[in-house]
Design a protein around this ligand. Structure first.
Ligand code: PMP
Length: 429
């Protein structure tokens, strides 16, 4: 860091306060982005293997042009009629299966999940909520309670019950268990019983379909289908949090829940929708939307404004025009193959997980005991940054390296990541 960077970091400490964190021990000061590349204030180039918000690449010209065009024409809100808002809602709905056709717009994933709970409560008449222990769903007061990973430091309120996530590498049921998916799903019965003992029933269960904060998990259809059956039988709705896993990220379908053959009652989306612009949404069925509207009106000052929705539309156009879904599938398989190959050579790697361009590499100090290699993970992340590749870590022990680049990532970029990781793993042992 130069003196100027130190000064800026100090001003940031004073003006933003201590709750904020930097990714790296030496703060990274980024000043420009283009596609999969980021540039710092010294003009140094970094390969971005972490940022899913810049879903179709940093500063994509088609998206920037759409933003500029609409921002130079009109920006109001959803209490006026505007074609951009309606057209985007129609386009977004067209990416979803079943009856999921009504879009309500917000600005963040947190707001989307908060609204999902309000809808579920209004529609079911219940107020219980089930979440997975280790999950992160956002930062409103309610959603913080639904996010055991947010550093929730006190017991959850009595209407929220956590269930263990299907983490076969460390959880109660390992991959060797004959029917681990149903075994994990059965834990939801206990959660429903707990709510019942408290005189409550579930309004919803919320699942992040890539279990990002848990360390990236991809249980199969049996798990999801059993959970959906149980929650619905108890009168609750299923909420798919696609803030991380959605919009082609897993490389097979637009939405992760499609990979496991379920159709949620409510889908929440955020991060990737606006390629960096704050655009998020709740999508549900006409029946659920109507039942919610019977209980209250909905308005969000910024959510779904004409500029945001013009941006969202441009992102969907890029996804179609540039064949993004197929690219995520092909590049993701290639990157995962390379990570598997590194796992075979580096003792530090316990397990490689994930799908599409959302991959995790769990580091352990020894493979037999599976002791989390938290410190090594931190050093690998820092080492890769020095080599010009940006990643981060996730999971309860921060020992799972996370690879989640813009979806315009290609095989040649994957090669750069694999070479940098090979070197970092070699030097970190
Ligand atoms: N859901 C999931 C799965 C998330 O990972 C996040 C953010 N990391 C959120 C919701 C909240 O989104 P936001 O930060 O836009 O409020």
């Amino acid at each position: 860091m130069t003196d100027n960077d130190e000064l800026l970091a100090e001003r940031r400490r004073r003006s933003l306060g201590p709750a904020y964190r930097h990714f790296f021990s030496r703060p990274l000061y980024l000043t420009r982005g283009e596609g999969v590349w980021l540039f710092d204030n010294d003009g140094r180039k970094y390969l971005d293997c972490y940022n899913n918000v810049a879903s179709v690449g940093h500063c994509h010209p088609h998206v920037v042009a759409a933003l500029h065009r609409q921002a130079s024409t009109l920006n109001t809100h959803t209490r006026y009629l505007h074609h951009a808002v309606v057209e985007y809602a129609e386009m977004l709905a067209a990416t979803l299966p079943g009856d999921l056709s009504v879009c309500m717009f917000v600005c963040t994933g947190s707001e989307a999940n908060d609204l999902a709970y309000q809808i579920a409560r209004a529609v079911t008449g219940n107020d219980g909520a089930i979440t997975t222990s280790g999950a992160y769903h956002g930062n409103t007061t309610l959603v913080t309670e639904l996010s055991p990973d947010s550093g929730r430091r006190r017991p959850a309120p009595d209407y929220i019950v956590d269930v263990e996530a299907p983490y076969t590498y460390r959880g109660t049921f390992g991959a060797g268990h004959a029917d681990y998916e149903n075994a994990y799903a059965d834990l939801v019965d206990a959660a429903i019983d707990t709510l019942r003992e408290r005189g409550k029933a579930p309004a919803m269960m919320i699942i992040d379909n890539i279990f990002d904060a848990h360390g990236i998990l991809t249980p199969g259809p049996a798990y999801h289908q059993a959970v959906y059956r149980k929650v619905r039988a108890a009168g609750g709705l299923m909420v798919a949090d696609e803030v991380q896993s959605g919009l082609c990220r897993l490389g097979e379908h637009y939405w992760a829940f499609e990979d496991v053959d379920v159709i949620p009652d409510i889908v929440t989306m955020g991060k990737p929708l606006g390629d960096g612009h704050p655009l998020a949404a709740v999508v549900t069925t006409p029946d659920i939307a109507a039942a919610f509207a019977n209980t209250q009106h909905y308005f969000n000052t910024f959510g779904g404004n004409p500029v945001s929705t013009a941006v969202g539309r441009a992102v969907l156009e890029v996804i179609a025009n540039e064949n993004i879904l197929a690219n995520v599938g092909a590049t993701g398989r290639y990157l995962k193959g390379g990570l598997d190959e590194l796992a075979a050579r580096h003792e530090l790697v316990g397990e490689v997980r994930g799908k599409g361009l959302f991959l995790g590499v769990e580091l352990v100090t020894d493979r037999a005991d599976r002791t989390p290699a938290t410190d090594a993970a931190r050093r690998v992340v820092e080492h890769m940054r020095e080599s010009g590749v940006l990643i981060a870590s996730t999971g309860a022990h921060s020992n799972v390296l996370k690879f989640r680049p813009p979806m315009v990532f290609r095989k040649e970029h994957a090669d750069l990541v694999l070479a940098a990781l090979d070197e970092a793993l070699t030097e970190t042992v």
